[in-house]
Ligand binder design. Structure first.
Ligand code: PLP
Length: 390
């Protein structure tokens, strides 16, 4: 079949492909440790499971409005008002099938063909492709020291075609959390150049030290007026398979995303909407238990990587580390490194090239501590065999 140029150019998500490969090898009997995962290894909270079950059993599982069920839009607006310190109403919210769906909706609603979208590196794999699908041109901005956004470089990269700036704090893959000063500077940049700011806040609850993540919407009315928050249930509530999220911004943006989705996907999953509303309403205690467990695992992994002499930016949030492995790479770069590691040590991790930084690799700590220790032993054997002898 003849396929469109649009889809011919789209790459399969590297992280999803790797995760699938690791699972396939494990199913074939290989003793694979999978650190390529991008989802919490915890069950969804009990309140979430109960709400989902109750909704199914009630029989009330028909379509909801395309913008989302009123009860969920209200719950999201109340949650945003409380956590971001700025008033939100249901009209500001478009419920989506996931955060990824919210991102694509906002990009399609704001980007004209050829518009430039600034993406500070490292950045989550899907940003680049989603911008292209929307007809935009992703402009990748290399980071400053410590894998943090380079504010000066971002300002220098603005051209008359620049339309959108994407921020993600806490960040996948490097785990940085923008300082409040950085958030303010990025918001100022967007205001000064009349850019739309897309703030991906999917890891907002998973911060382990220092000040909490600040949303650009709380910087001031000018910033708020041009910011689209995208967020969802996947990471904070361990609800990845429920596929539910939202985009929130000015009412005209929420309405535009809704118009788009009313044609493309229709109303979000009714059962998942009930489950997400329960999560937001009840703030289940399991979330804090999960956060603490991630915090402890992060320390184990960081100590292990330090012991191996791998330079690793200290992550404050999310559940990934992003060490620099440049001295250990051959001409195949981070992809070759990860292929060999999987082949030789049965350890699955993600090449940094997927996030725009080939000198790095991403390891997820969404797995139990004993497996993290075992993974570190495998990584050590691999690194020792590779390290050029001095
Ligand atoms: N944004 C970032 C930065 C992510 O890492 C992910 C998932 O890995 C998503 C969005 C997508 O979340 P969802 O499962 O809601 O589509």
């Amino acid at each position: 079949m003849k396929l469109s140029r649009l889809v011919e150019g789209i790459q399969l998500s590297v992280t999803l492909a790797l995760d699938a490969r690791a699972k396939r090898l494990a199913a074939e009997g290989r003793d694979v440790i999978n650190m390529a995962v991008g989802e919490p290894d915890f069950p969804a909270p009990e309140a979430v499971q109960d709400a989902a079950t109750a909704r199914v059993q009630s029989g009330d599982v028909r379509y909801t409005p395309a913008a989302g069920a009123p009860f969920l839009r209200e719950a999201i607006a109340a949650h945003l008002t409380e956590t971001r310190g700025v008033d939100y109403a249901p009209e500001n919210v478009a419920v989506c099938h996931s955060c990824k769906h919210a991102l694509s909706g906002v990009l399609l609603a704001t980007v004209e063909p050829g518009d430039e979208v600034l993406i500070p590196l490292p950045a989550w794999v899907s940003y680049f492709e989603l911008v292209r699908i929307a007809g935009g041109v992703p402009v990748e901005i290399p980071p400053a020291a410590g894998c943090r956004p380079d504010l000066d470089a971002l300002a220098r990269a603005v051209t008359p075609r620049t339309r959108v700036l994407m921020v993600n704090s806490p960040c996948n893959p490097s785990g940085y959390v923008l300082t409040h000063a950085e958030t303010e500077a990025l918001a100022r940049l967007a205001v000064e150049h009349d850019l739309t700011l897309i703030s991906d806040e999917i890891y907002r609850r998973l911060v382990y030290e220092g000040e909490p993540a600040k949303s650009p919407v709380s910087v001031g009315p000018d910033a708020r007026a041009r910011t689209a928050i995208v967020d969802g249930a996947s990471k904070a509530f361990a609800m990845t398979g429920y596929r539910i999220g939202f985009a929130a911004g000015p009412p005209e943006l929420a309405a535009a995303v809704t118009r788009l989705h009313s044609q493309m996907t229709g109303s979000p999953n009714t059962v998942s909407q009930a489950a997400y509303a329960a999560a937001l309403r009840e703030e289940p205690p399991e979330v804090e238990t999960m956060r603490r467990e991630f915090a402890e695992r992060r320390e184990i992994l960081l100590a292990g990587l330090e012991g191996l002499g791998l330079e690793t930016p200290r992550p404050r949030g999310a559940f990934y580390v992003f060490p620099n492995v440049a001295p250990l790479l051959d001409e195949r770069g981070s992809v070759g490194f990860c292929e060999d590691l999987l082949e030789e040590q049965n350890l699955a991790i993600v090449p940094g090239s997927a996030f725009g930084m080939d000198a790095h690799v991403r390891l997820s700590y969404s797995l139990p501590k004993d497996l993290i220790q075992a993974a570190l032993s495998r990584l050590e054997a691999f690194v020792l065999a590779r390290r050029p002898s001095s």
